[in-house]
Structures are given as C-alpha cells and as structure tokens.
Write a protein that binds this ligand. Sequence first.
Ligand SMILES: [Zn+2]
Length: 286
Amino acid sequence: MIRLDLGAEPRALSRVRAQRLAKAIVLFDKEGVGEALRKSLSGYREAVAEPLFLRQQRRCAYCERPIGLDGNPVEHFRPKREAHRDGGVVDPDRYWWLTWNWENLVLACATCNALKRNHFPLEPGTQPMQTPSRPIGRKLPDAAFDVSRERPLLLDPRRDQPHLHCRWTVDDDQLPMSEWKWRLWTCSARARRTAKLLELDAVTDEVNQIYAASVLPQWETVAAMVAQDPRAAVVAWGLTEGRLLKEPCAFPLAVWSMLDRLRSEGQLAALKLPSPPPPVATWPRP
Ligand SMILES: [Zn+2]
C-alpha cells in the first residue's frame, strides 16, 4: 500500500452528493437507518471511478496490483452500510453519510474488496466517530465529516503514510543478492491488521519476480559502473530509480523498499546515495 494524494474531488461527485445525501437525510429523519436508507446509498461510482483509476495510477489502492477500470469496485474505506468491528460486533449505524465523501473512496481490485467487505476495526480502547442524531434537518454539520479523531485499526491510503508502517525486507541477507527473497515487514499493529485482513503478502511471488527480472539486473548495471566512473553511476542510479518507480509500475512500495536497500549494497555503498522519496500517487501530477 502507498499513500494516495488524489487532489480535489471531481465536480461530478459534489453534484451527486448534493442530491443523494439530501435524499438520504430525509429517509434517515423519517425512519432511521433502515432498508430504504441503505438502498439509497448509490450513484458514486459514475462520478469517481475513472478519476480514481487515473489518479491512483491504474493500481488497486490496497494491494498495488495493476487493475483495469471495468469490473473493479469503488470501495469505501469506512463502510457505507454497516461496520464490522473486532469480536464479531456489528455497528449498523455507521457510516452511511460518508457514502459520497471523496476522502473515503478508493478504487480497489475485486479481491481486496471481497476481503475487506464491511470490516472496520478500531484501535482498542478508542471510540467510533459520532453518528448523526435525528432529526438532521436540512444539512449535516461539518463535524460529521471530520474523521480525524476516530482511530481505525486499518491503514488508510488516503490519510496515512503506509511506508512508515510497512515495507519489504530481505528474508535472509546472508545469501548472495541473486538469491534474495523479499517479504512484507510490518512495524505497527495497524499495518499487521491491514496486511492480515487484505492478505497483502499474497503478492510475494510477483514482488520477487520483479526483483529478479528487473530491479537486480539494473542494480548490477549501475554497480559495474562505480569503479570506472562514480559520477556516471550516480546519474545512472537516479535514472534507474525514476524508471523503476515510474507509473504504472506494479507494487511501488516493494520496488521503493528494494531501491532503498540496494543503494547501500556492494559497490553502490561507496556512493552514499540518498534514500529515494517514498512512493506516493499524487494528483495533479508533478
Ligand atoms: Zn487489491
């Protein structure tokens, strides 16, 4: 998972929200969270699927696999119909009012969507954000959209810096580099919960193929230059980083982790190369 910094919401979404949220509020005021309200939570896909697809650099927001636009769901980080907490607790009242909230939406692959479903565990001892109280009337207060105080146990690619919570590491670095195998390493409870729920290590074989077929050969090319022309090697390594992390590369967190590790290995160590910038899907593109 990498950070998604996706820019301002598409106008189509604000138009859809204005209509649909007003209707949902009427239904909520009339009968609370019931079937009629739940059935009304639609209309967002047409407004955001393509912008999300392009701005996420054609990758799943969670597992980073390259995906197409068709057949892959727009996913709500905070589930729209009910939230499943740890211990089998179901919270039926949250988070319907965030159905059309830009910061709550990502495009995910069908596999991640099926794994995540309505799961939304919170950090132990913390409270969920307040639900709107009836009657709402015309409009929800801005505070209803402030998610900053709620502490989910899952990493949110729209708000968190996933590279601070997880990266890929070498399983056994006593082996020759040509035999290195990479594995997902997590350093926070939130990352561990996210990786377990979404089975983020399921891409391990694909990550190792990228290392063997692409990253290691390019490292070897640059390493061979160091003794003869260190300055040229520095330039070549910069180009290699740019090329390997260029969209729409698969698994940028893994590729970034490899580049960060390999810059200090073997002949390249003498160059004292800086760490590559953490991978972010940014919009508008720089
Ligand atoms: Zn996925």
